[in-house]
Design a protein around this ligand. Structure first.
Ligand SMILES: [Zn+2]
Length: 200
């Protein structure tokens, strides 16, 4: 009896191990299935309403990746960072909302920014129309994107590429589309991999 029980536990453990190994393999082959599918909503970070009269609808044709340009900050919450960005955009700039459609923080958390229906910036040409603007927290001329940030970016770009039927060649760094050092050389290296359809 005891032997039988022991045997049945062993079988269960073996199945469990097989399941863990299989899930691990699947995540390696399809990293887009990893944890970062979750996107923090505007309500979750207490966004103010957009000033839609300053905004213009657009049709998405490419994806542009940015960095914030300041070092990663472990002392503020993602909500504080996003609210600060939104206040800056609406008060100090003539923008209707945060100028990025998605924000990826230092821990790889993806947050919803500007509504995808609207161009990044209508009034100064900072983030032109017909592009999804994704920004990562950090200064990637000085530091490296973290593993969780890379995974989140890979997953988000994959999701947006299939949503808007965009080929990998439509993924750019800001510096590919305008004279700027954004998104920093360390992130730009990864953007080049994404634009060839590779895994980062
Ligand atoms: Zn940029």
């Amino acid at each position: 009896m005891k032997v039988r029980q022991f045997y049945s536990i062993r079988v269960d453990l073996n199945s469990l191990l097989a399941l863990i190994v299989l899930s691990g393999l699947l995540l390696c082959v399809f990293p887009q299935f990893a944890a970062s599918q979750f996107i923090l909503s505007r309500e979750s970070w207490n966004a103010k309403p957009p000033i839609t009269q300053r905004m213009k609808r657009h049709r998405i044709k490419e994806i542009v990746i940015h960095h914030i340009g300041f070092p990663k900050d472990g002392n503020k919450s993602i909500g504080q960072k996003l609210r600060k960005l939104q206040t800056h955009a609406q008060r100090n700039k003539p923008w209707g909302d945060i100028p990025y459609h998605f924000y990826i923080d230092m821990h790889g958390v993806i947050a919803e920014g500007r509504d995808l229906k609207y161009a990044g910036d209508t009034n100064t040409g900072y983030n032109p129309a017909n592009r999804i603007h994704i920004v990562l927290e950090g200064d990637f001329n000085r530091e490296e994107p973290g593993a969780k940030q890379r995974l989140a970016l890979q997953s988000l770009v994959g999701k947006m590429r299939s949503k808007y039927s965009l080929p990998a060649s439509k993924v750019f760094g800001h510096g590919d589309r305008a004279p700027t050092a954004c998104p920093g050389e360390h992130l730009h290296r990864l953007v080049e991999v994404l634009s060839r359809g590779g895994t980062i």
